[in-house]
Design a protein around this ligand. Sequence first.
Ligand SMILES: Nc1ncnc2c1ncn2[C@@H]1O[C@H](COP(=O)(O)OP(=O)(O)O)[C@@H](O)[C@H]1O
Ligand SMILES: [Mg+2]
Length: 319
Amino acid sequence: MVRSVGWESRERPGSGGGIMTALPIVPDYRAQSPAVRDRFQRILERPVILSVRNLTKSYVAEDGTRTVFSGLSLDIRRREFITVIGPSGCGKSTFIRIIAGLDEATSGEVLLDGKAVAGPGPDRGMVFQGYTLFPWLTVRQNVMFGLEMRGKARVTAESEAREWLDMVGLGKFEQSYPHELSGGMKQRVAIARALANEPRILIMDEPFGALDSLTRCKMQGYLLQIWKQVDVTILFITHDLDEAVLLSDRILVMGTNPGRVVEFIENPVPRPRTSAQMIAPEFIAMKHRLDELIHPPAEIGEEEKLPMIRLTQAGEDIE
Ligand SMILES: Nc1ncnc2c1ncn2[C@@H]1O[C@H](COP(=O)(O)OP(=O)(O)O)[C@@H](O)[C@H]1O
Ligand SMILES: [Mg+2]
């Protein structure tokens, strides 16, 4: 089933037939090493935390009813790391807003630990792309907020908040205000604040989308470390293919018009993960498959020519 990794000459799309470039032959993205296969078998023995059954969302627009997505069904097991990927507008945010209880489905249901979700609750922690910390509260007060809302005594909330901040490496910044922190640090506080409520599932909507690429890489490493230490299941939305492959156990690929599940894939990249794996054959195979699903072949090589005016006599000898 696994094709060997090598190189072949392939004609580049749009090259007019003249230029040949070497592209690697990668293994089949469905091929799993025995260790990876065993891990997925063990995951199947764990209880289902989140169950989504035939979920459909539509809304009434001026020109009639529009379907955002239809027929979404999936089960997520305890401590799985699931990423959702798909083109902009396919309904990823709407999907998780429904899971979070911030929006209502038109039909179908979401079960958390077997109970139907009806409105927001502390059993689902949220982290969004935008910075959502309260600017008038210190870092520690931000983390304490949900704990006190749930009736914990101030001293307990304080010491628990400190523990969570230590966990994300920000113990020293507990007295700082959000505006004194970098973007990456703010998102670490947001993660600490979400986890402090001990949610069953942590739902993250493009949480690193506003960060520069170096900070983003560091945050991915931190998140993997945190997930290893905390008993939490993660549902993570991204549009970054590398991020999806680096982080997740399974990847839910959504299509658009209307939104739907295209494929729910078991990621063949073994754990523990490091950024060094980004050039491993199975990583490239997985990423290539995602790229194929998100940018269907018809679109590849059909780039529109820009109406360029020649400004210099630079020539075309650049490839
Ligand atoms: N209740 C609603 N009213 C109007 N438009 C909606 C509603 N719910 C979702 N949409 C639209 O559905 C589409 C999907 O949005 P979204 O979930 O944000 O997609 P994604 O996160 O994948 O980019 C968007 O065009 C959004 O404006
Ligand atoms: Mg979105």
